[in-house]
Design a protein around this ligand. Sequence first.
Ligand code: NAP
Length: 278
Amino acid sequence: MAQILSGTAVAAKVLERIADETKRGGIAPTLAVIIVGGDPASRVYVDNKKKDCARVGFHSLEYALPADVGQTKLLALIETLNSDPRVHGILCQMPLPRDIDERAVTRAISPAKDVDAFHPENVGRILLGDPVFLPCTPAGVMELLAEAGISLEGRHVVVVGRSSIVGKPMAMLALGANATVTICHSKTADLAGITRQADVLVAAVGRANFITADMVREGAVVIDVGINRLENGKLRGDVDYEAVAEKASWITPVPGGVGPMTRAMLLQNTLAAAAASI
Ligand code: NAP
């Protein structure tokens, strides 16, 4: 039976450390959060981020814009926040209304305040192995592994999913930690044959129970990034948890696995942005 990699427990430690550093640092890092429109899921994410900020002694500023705000006004707000020295981190909650180009918004946020690490300059620096900020979800996975003493060096990491916010940067961070990395996607042939070769399997697909026990090698470490809402309202990961836990050596639960780590890493990046601004 697998040991549980608890994101809830590790994130609590990270938050404690951040709160301590904030107290000692003398300045309260400030995160500006922009939300456009009334998407209920985005509202929950933004409220959670504000709560997290309060918990560690950060300031948060919310900019709630109507769905019809338009790209020009949104970019103007970002420009104002970019040049405001009181603001250390800026994030714009995605998804945005259709008439707004998300890539233009991502590019507009100053790389020095881009605490999500989505700006092309920050993405490029991750590829070059010289990051300023680490993308929150993959960074959270790395922290979780490190905390459990699981080294990736020389191990085969298989990442299922190649999105720009999870799969690709996850692969880069694992490569940076000297893993041998395979990235799989919807066109991968013999997916199960590849996932069975993984010492560490990272699932970032967005389909409940997609990774079944026959796709996992005995003793593998299984990281479930997926968050899927079932019809009964419950959250479920991409991994068939109960069956896979019988075979894996370590496994992350959903909820309580990668999710809390992602939130903690956003605070870590905001603290780093504030420290760099002094
Ligand atoms: P995404 O942009 O939809 O990407 C999904 C990836 O899965 C794509 O690369 C896709 O391949 C691949 N895929 C889809 N069907 C597949 C199949 N049958 N076989 C192999 N690969 C397949 O999603 P995302 O933003 O990366 O998010 C993935 C999941 O993680 C979602 O459930 C999301 O909610 C969750 N998430 C969680 C956190 C957290 O903090 N825990 C953070 C972010 C995201 P193609 O590229 O070929 O289409």
